[in-house]
Design a protein around this ligand. Structure first.
Ligand code: GLY
Length: 410
């Protein structure tokens, strides 16, 4: 926001004509705005509650290694590139905002509770090693030596010291402050409709009929990105909401000179459900998360809470003694291949930064850099090319469908 403006002030004429208009003020929209403003562009953001969105629910695991899945090696490259940027990104953002973001290099332990889990974890370990990642196999006893509150039944695990964490609420607050300090203008309202002129995106219309025009528009609306009116069907992002229920508990103070309740993120797959426990320096323990395809529903359900607590209790039995302070559900922006859509669309002037699915917090630094480079130079950086929105355009999809099997990419 302009330093002298208040949230209820009508936009000043100059605020209505920025170089870049970002639709959506979650962490992806904010990092895009902050980094673009840092390149000297005049940037505005349209969002009724900037700093909100999925980051208010997310656990903040920076889990490039432990969230690796078969067939997602290309995404791994982007995830690693972003994880590597986190230390410098944290320094810059904390300096720009005057706020701490809770970046913690305490590592992750991914454990198995039975023989089947252990076999799956062995396969994941093989894949991690094949991809050149740092992941160490531990016996159950070695896992419990690292984390004594783990259940006695833990059968083995992977120690991944490079999977860190950040506090997504603090991250969102710091990005908002950094944007404000950098002169980003906030329109604290919903964007109703994309406008076009002369065959290119020209801005948005707000619910009160105000038109904001901009040379470039970035659609960064998280799970809502596919719902902006006026976006031509051919370039509408194929993003859907994927619900995640998350609990917050309060950690006990460690005994004087004794170990903390948990010293690192602990995660597992229990009966096919991923469960994770993320201990923060602030004393918060985040327990997540369900993965549910239920449209726009954000109800916290008894069943979701029961399953999270049941699975987490199998991992760390002592957690049922901890105070439960919060239960929330958020919507991940899922894409057809679980990877983000970054870059220009076939409609000139309209760019996408959305579809980050399970990796929005992790991918925040690289997304900011990639989008700022694109917005200020017109060139998509190498790192982002595999994530072009064009991969979902009807023409490309049709070409892939009709390509002979020997021509299919592997
Ligand atoms: N990245 C963790 C989750 O989406 O649940």
């Amino acid at each position: 926001m302009h330093p002298s403006a208040t949230p209820s002030d009508p936009p000043r004429p100059a605020d209505r004509h920025p170089d870049v208009l970002v639709v959506g003020g979650g962490i992806i929209g904010l990092v895009t705005a902050w980094r673009a403003a840092g390149r000297g562009l005049r940037v505005a953001v349209a969002d009724p509650a900037p700093g909100g969105g999925a980051a208010q629910v997310a656990a903040g695991m920076l889990a490039a290694v432990t969230e690796l899945h078969y067939g997602e090696e290309t995404l791994l490259g982007l995830n690693l590139a972003s994880a590597q940027r986190y230390p410098e990104f944290t320094r810059e953002l904390e300096a720009a905002s005057g706020q701490r973001i809770g970046y913690r290099r305490s590592g992750t332990l991914q454990v198995a509770l039975d023989a089947d889990d252990r076999a799956h974890l062995r396969e994941l370990h093989t894949l991690q090693v094949r991809c050149g990642l740092d992941s160490q196999w531990l016996t159950g006893r070695e896992c419990r030596r690292l984390e004594p509150t783990l259940a006695p039944g833990v059968r083995g695990g992977l120690r991944v010291d490079g999977d860190h964490q950040v506090d997504p609420r603090r991250l969102a607050g710091a990005l908002l402050a950094a944007c404000e300090r950098t002169g980003v203008v906030f329109h604290r309202t919903r964007a109703e409709r994309l406008t076009t002129a002369g065959g290119r995106a020209s801005g948005v219309e707000l619910p009160d009929g105000t038109r904001l025009s901009a040379g470039q528009v970035v659609l960064a609306g998280g799970s809502l990105s596919g719902r902006l009116e006026g976006v031509p069907e051919a370039v509408r992002p194929p993003v859907r909401p994927v619900k995640g229920q998350v609990l917050r508990l309060r950690l006990p103070d460690p005994p004087p000179g004794g170990p903390p309740f948990l010293s690192r993120t602990v995660r597992a797959v229990v009966r096919g459900n991923p469960v994770y426990l993320v201990p923060r320096e602030s004393g918060e323990l985040v327990l997540g998360a369900t993965t549910e395809e239920l449209g726009w529903d954000t109800t916290v359900t008894a069943g979701g809470v029961y399953e999270l607590l049941r699975d987490a209790h199998e991992l760390v039995p002592g957690l049922t003694e901890l105070p439960l302070t919060e239960s929330l559900a958020g919507l991940r922006p899922g894409s057809p291949d679980n990877a983000p859509l970054l870059g220009p669309t076939a409609l000139p002037g309209l760019h996408l930064a959305t579809g980050h699915f399970r990796n929005g917090v992790l991918l925040t630094p690289v997304t900011g850099d990639v989008m700022a480079e694109l917005l200020s130079t017109g060139t998509v950086p190498e790192a982002a090319r595999p994530f072009s929105p064009a991969r979902f355009s009807p023409d490309v999809q049709e070409e892939q469908r009709t390509r002979a099997p020997e021509e299919q990419p592997v």
